[in-house]
Design a binder for this molecule. Structure first.
Ligand code: GTP
Ligand code: SPV
Ligand code: MN
Length: 595
């Protein structure tokens, strides 16, 4: 046995007795183990080895067509009471849910191997890092967890003999009868899928899905939903945010985070290649930030992950060159298309579709087909260390000091390119009114519809959102006054009458970052508006951009915003127990609009 940790040993025993796997394997996280599992999956037909010359040490997986994204309708928070989980979560009684799941997990690993994956979220040895142990019957999960977390022996070392961990139980929910042949992507039907979180004992039980955040339990389940509960109790924040460092031409560095909903541009912004001369961006994280007061009194951010699980479609050498360099080797692709010469292709990769592809279903595909060749939520899994823009600070156990927090979503209308909050509370107000078009990152029949998504945490907060917003307001008192970050609400996705994006986005987003950094350092004035501080005309550098309608991008329309205010009020009322301070700021916004 690899550990003397009694809690872990007895938990593994208990789960083995429940799930009844054919064998148990403790994962050490080594390259040999990874290569062995890949070889086994290639042999079984679950994985395809890509052309070694084009994409060294890289693999393609195709999921079951029903198992392609997070399942928000099947994600549950089993707190003691429904009130504690809030209207933002699907609540189930913890005792009943545990009973339902115990029946499903009983024998769920028959014919399969039970893998024990010890892992760390956060830099090894950091006092803020959290140890988890995932038990899974999916070798695909094991290889992904090796990239996305610090996994194996190092995690067991950190756990030690009497350290504590978050137990994360996962099964694809497809036991095999004796002699039954396995399928390439086993999973359970949608109504049997459960992504369950138990706040009382901080445990996770996930059944029936093998995809992304449903199955790689260190990510959304641990580092956001469970961590948000710990953070509330311990006075810190677990957020759906990228982390980056911006260096200006004078060499001054500004660290910032940005909360955008799923598939709304975090990976892209995190590693952007600035189009303004003399600027540099370095990446700390692309999806999750843990934020807390540092010894220096500032708000410091750590990326708990070790890899990127990024959206493939739209990623090109044009839009996100650093991501393209990162995935040139040692990468797992899921649900992208396969070219005839054994490489990958997706919509928006920057080259036209070849005459023939194998699509994400595994079928022949040709340009003009009635469906995309790559699934819109197809993804790459790759080590963060491979990113050419990775920051030397990315594993700093104390994190980086944040002085700007960006908030935003996909809003085709109404919301300006950028507006700054007046102070901390007003920044929380801007976070609370965030909205975004629903994307393919979650299975939904409402893709494209705008929904409210405060701080991009609607699907990821382990308790009620009103209490979460109160916690954010209270965090102000934990940070030194002169080190409080500024908040900026941004929108790269505004569209003109012709339906086209008004803002070029991607590398040109540095133009907005430049303005934000100047505001943080007190170098530039702004115009107060009903929504907060707007850039003065000409203060966003658009040199070399050609025609950009800044007027349209930066003007608030009174009627639109009065309507928006009504919709926000209805949303607050429905959420219930929204802090009075936020209602006051909403009233203030309406009063300013009517002035
Ligand atoms: P998750 O991993 O789901 O949390 O997503 P993410 O927030 O990291 O999103 P990502 O950066 O992968 O972007 C998703 C999609 O948004 C891609 O198809 C991008 O091409 C597109 N996108 C990103 N940045 C911009 C931008 O500045 N402008 C426009 N128009 N599209 C963008
Ligand atoms: C997201 O949906 O925000 C993701 C992908 O980052 S997943 O890990 O599947 O949640
Ligand atoms: Mn995400």
């Amino acid at each position: 046995m690899m550990t003397k940790n009694q809690k872990l040993l007895s938990w593994v025993k208990e789960i083995e007795a429940l799930c009844k796997p054919d064998r148990v394997k403790w994962c050490d996280g080594s390259q040999e183990e990874y290569d062995g599992l890949m070889a086994q999956m290639v042999a079984s037909g679950a994985a395809i080895k890509l052309n070694e010359k084009k994409r060294p040490n890289s693999y393609l997986f195709r999921s079951h067509p029903s198992d392609v994204a997070r399942v928000e309708d099947r994600t549950f928070i089993a707190s003691k009471t429904k009130e504690e989980a809030g209207a933002n979560n699907n609540w189930r009684d913890p005792i009943e849910l545990r009973k339902t799941l115990t029946e499903l997990f009983d024998g769920s690993m028959r014919g399969r191997t039970l893998y024990v994956i010890p892992f760390v979220m956060g830099p090894l040895g950091s006092p803020f890092s959290i140890v988890g142990v995932e038990i899974t019957d999916s070798p695909y999960v094991v290889v992904n967890m090796r990239i996305m977390t610090r996994m194996g022996t190092a995690a067991l070392d950190m756990l030690g003999e009497d350290g504590d961990f978050i137990p994360c139980l996962h099964s694809v929910g497809a036991p095999l009868q004796p002699g039954e042949e396995d399928v390439a992507w086993p999973c359970a039907p949608i109504e049997q899928k459960y992504i369950a979180h138990f706040p009382e004992d901080l445990s996770i039980w996930s059944y029936g899905s093998g995809y992304g955040g449903n199955a790689l339990l260190g990510k959304k389940c641990l580092a956001l939903r469970i961590a948000s509960l710990k953070a509330r109790d311990e006075g810190w924040l677990a957020e759906h945010m990228l982390i980056l460092g911006l260096t200006d031409p004078k060499g001054r560095k500004t660290w910032l985070t940005a909360a955008f909903p799923s598939a709304c541009g975090k990976t892209n912004l995190a590693m952007l290649v600035p189009t303004l001369p003399g600027y540099k961006v370095e990446t700390v994280g692309d999806d999750i930030a843990w934020l807390r007061r540092g010894k220096d009194g500032s708000l410091r951010a750590v990326n708990p992950e070790a890899g990127f699980f990024g959206v493939a479609p739209g990623t090109s050498y044009q839009s996100n060159p650093n991501a393209m360099y990162t995935i040139e080797k040692n990468t797992i692709f899921t649900n992208v298309a396969l070219t005839d010469d054994g490489d990958v292709w997706w919509e928006g990769i920057g080259s036209p579709a070849p005459d023939h592809l194998i699509d994400w279903h595994g079928n022949d595909w040709a340009p003009g087909a009635d469906h995309p060749a790559a699934h819109p939520n197809s993804r790459f899994t790759v080590a963060a260390a491979q990113c050419p823009a990775i920051s030397p600070e990315w594993e700093n156990p104390d994190g980086v000091p944040i002085s700007a927090i960006l908030l935003g979503g996909r809003r085709p209308r109404v919301v300006p390119l950028v507006v700054e909050g007046r102070d901390w509370a007003h920044g929380i107000f801007l976070g609370s009114i965030m909205g975004s078009e629903i994307t393919a990152a979650a299975i939904s029949d409402k893709i494209g519809q705008v929904r409210r998504d405060p701080f991009a945490m609607l699907p990821f907060t382990g308790y009620r959102l009103s209490a979460y917003l109160k916690h954010w307001l209270e965090m102000e008192g934990r940070i030194d006054k002169d080190k409080l970050p500024h908040f900026f609400h941004v929108n790269w996705f505004r569209r003109g009458e012709d339906g086209k994006f008004l803002w070029p986005g991607f590398g040109d987003n540095v133009r907005v970052l430049e303005w934000a950094a100047k505001r943080v350092h007190g170098e530039i004035d702004a115009n107060d508006s009903a929504l907060g501080y707007l850039p003065a005309p000409g203060d966003i550098n658009i040199d070399g951009l050609g025609e950009v309608n800044m007027e349209e991008l930066l003007t608030l329309k009174k009627d639109e915003w009065l309507a928006e205010a009504e919709s926000i009020r209805a949303y607050y009322d429905k959420m219930g127990e929204v802090p009075q301070k936020l209602y006051d700021l909403l009233d203030d916004m309406v009063a300013r609009l009517k002035k």
